[in-house]
Design a binder for this molecule. Structure first.
Ligand code: ADP
Length: 298
């Protein structure tokens, strides 16, 4: 399914412009929506999930008018919200069974089949009779995916799903998402660059309600690949480097400070060419240094 977002805008009552004229086409497969906290990701996700109104614009999921035909969207939608609440005293099986009933799966035997299948798919079958209150963060998120997959949705929206997961749980969660299927449209909203690098063939970067960049992930990385330069510095020298060069990131590597600059030509000053990756795309874009041609059809 293709999702076509055109000129979508939302200003909250307090005057915050959360979405400013966003136009974006999201193809089938895994799509990463990347941006820092406060960028407008959840506002966009909630709007697409029919949970929130926008001020202007249109959204079509194939030929379904998302802003108008909410019931039709909900029939094909699976949603894992950012703050996914669980009933702590019920078991994974009981809650999933209940949610399946709400989704319209009336037959008890069919429900059992579907619920068991989803618990197996999300690696929770062994713990299906444990109370949700005792689940770890990773187990909760996997349960969140199980409930989002009820009803075999065609569009799946997951909002910040790996925040707070430990590295092992994150890998597990990534594997689960990547197995969901190529025939579905999965939108992964996150501020974690490696989530998108690991999983998403297509992506967009938004910040302060603006769409800054969008396109196939590998092409966006290729665009910066010859423009990133790196060197280690004494961290006290960072301000002077920032004055002299377009520094896009500085981080500690084995206790030393490594800086990356964005430059079409060799900046000299001891820098060496680095192989640009998605972090460089992200930091250069957020810093306003990088403005590659946006590869999003309208
Ligand atoms: P993200 O998911 O990228 O962190 P959000 O969509 O949650 O971004 O928020 C975008 C901006 O809108 C932020 O500045 C946030 O403070 C503001 N915002 C979000 N929800 C509301 C609300 N209900 N009322 C007022 N401002 C809001």
């Amino acid at each position: 399914m293709e999702l076509r977002i055109s000129n979508l805008s939302k200003t909250y009552a307090n005057g915050v412009v959360a979405l400013d004229n966003i136009s974006l086409t999201i193809p089938t497969g895994m799509f990463g929506l990347l941006g820092p906290n406060g960028a407008g990701k959840s506002t966009l996700m909630r709007t697409l999930a029919t949970l929130q109104e926008c001020d202007a614009g249109s959204v079509f999921l194939d030929d379904i008018d998302v802003l108008d035909e909410k019931d039709a969207v909900r029939r094909v939608l699976g949603y894992l919200p950012q703050d996914f609440g669980l009933y702590p005293k019920v078991t994974a099986y009981e809650l999933l069974d209940h949610l399946a009933l709400l989704k319209g799966l009336a037959s008890r035997s069919r429900r059992r089949e579907v619920v068991d299948g989803l618990l197996q798919q999300t690696n929770l079958f062994e713990v299906r009779h444990q109370r949700l209150g005792g689940f770890s963060g990773g187990m909760r998120q996997r349960f969140g995916i199980a409930q989002a997959l009820l009803g075999d949705p065609k569009l799946i929206i997951v909002d910040e799903p790996t925040a707070g997961l430990d590295p092992q749980e994150r890998v597990r969660f990534h594997n689960l998402l990547s197995d969901i299927g190529d025939d579905k449209t999965v939108i992964l909203s996150t501020h974690i660059v490696s989530d998108v690098a690991d999983l998403c063939a297509n992506m967009a970067i938004i910040n302060q309600g603006h769409l800054l960049l969008c396109g196939p992930t590998q092409e966006l990385i290729h665009d910066v690949s010859d423009k990133i330069w790196a060197r280690f510095i004494d961290k006290r020298d960072l301000p002077s480097f920032q004055i002299r060069h377009p520094v896009i990131s500085s981080r500690l590597l084995s206790g030393r400070t490594l800086i990356h600059v964005y430059s079409e030509t060799d900046p000299g000053d001891g820098f060496e060419e680095a192989l640009g990756d998605l972090e460089d795309v992200y930091f250069a874009t957020i810093a306003g240094r990088h403005r590659a041609a946006t590869r999003c059809a309208d």
